[in-house]
Design a protein around this ligand. Structure first.
Ligand code: G3P
Length: 221
């Protein structure tokens, strides 16, 4: 059984940007263990610095574009991201939606085994993304993102239904869930619902005591 994941999306929170990104990733190091995989999803600007400083925390990018070397301006180039330390990526996040073709084209360009976590707003989108066979699908109802109610209590069936639908299409795809996740109990409930981990942001980036929140998140795994 693969280890459950705790994926912290740094977004553009000031508390998770620039030097604060390094500080947060080092705090995340303190909860790494053999029983859980901890992932920091940094901005493109902080990727190389965080990946140089964080030894046991995986570092992913928040988005990538299906482009190669050449005359392209302002896009996120997968090859360079990997050379600068990216160990995986999120794609199609609710805050940066792309077409299904973008996801498919990106997957074609990424090296074999490079983790890609495709975000879905609902069960139907999770079903469509499952047909592409990404490493992970993270179901995150947009209306719950940034809020105080975890998807695992506000809408548990979206998690269990997404797991069921995705596994029917491709049993190798691992399902995560996110939006409003704050506590170890939310993580444990996500796993009870069939998810293999969670995506979260504000529960960590807005925490008064980051270390305490991180310790709680892994406390029931
Ligand atoms: O990528 C995860 C993120 O969208 C969830 O946000 O603040 O509800 O944990 P939040």
């Amino acid at each position: 059984m693969s280890k459950p994941l705790i994926v912290v999306n740094f977004k553009t929170y000031e508390s998770a940007s620039s030097q604060n990104a390094n500080t947060l990733a080092l705090a995340m190091e303190s909860v790494t263990s053999d029983s859980v995989e901890i992932v920091a999803v940094t901005s493109a600007f902080d990727l190389s610095s965080v990946s140089e400083n964080a030894e046991n925390v995986k570092v992913w990018t928040q988005h990538l574009d299906p482009i190669g070397f050449g005359s392209n301006t302002g896009w996120l180039h997968p090859d360079t991201a990997i050379k600068r330390g990216a160990q995986g990526t999120i794609i199609n996040h609710a805050e940066h939606k792309v077409s299904i073709e973008h996801v498919a084209n990106l997957m074609q360009m990424l090296p074999e085994g490079f983790p890609i976590c495709a975000c879905a707003a609902d069960v139907d989108e999770a079903k469509e993304l499952a047909k592409l066979g990404p490493t992970y699908i993270a179901v995150e109802p947009p209306e719950l993102i940034g809020g105080d109610i975890s998807v695992t209590s506000a809408d548990p069936t979206i998690v269990s239904d997404s797991v069921k639908v995705v596994k029917e299409i491709n049993p190798n795809v691992r399902v995560l869930c996110g939006a409003g996740v704050k506590t170890g109990k939310d993580v444990a409930t996500a796993i009870e619902l069939g998810a293999e981990g969670v995506l979260l942001a504000s529960g960590v980036t807005k925490a008064q005591d980051v270390e305490a929140v991180l310790a709680d998140l892994v406390s029931l795994i």
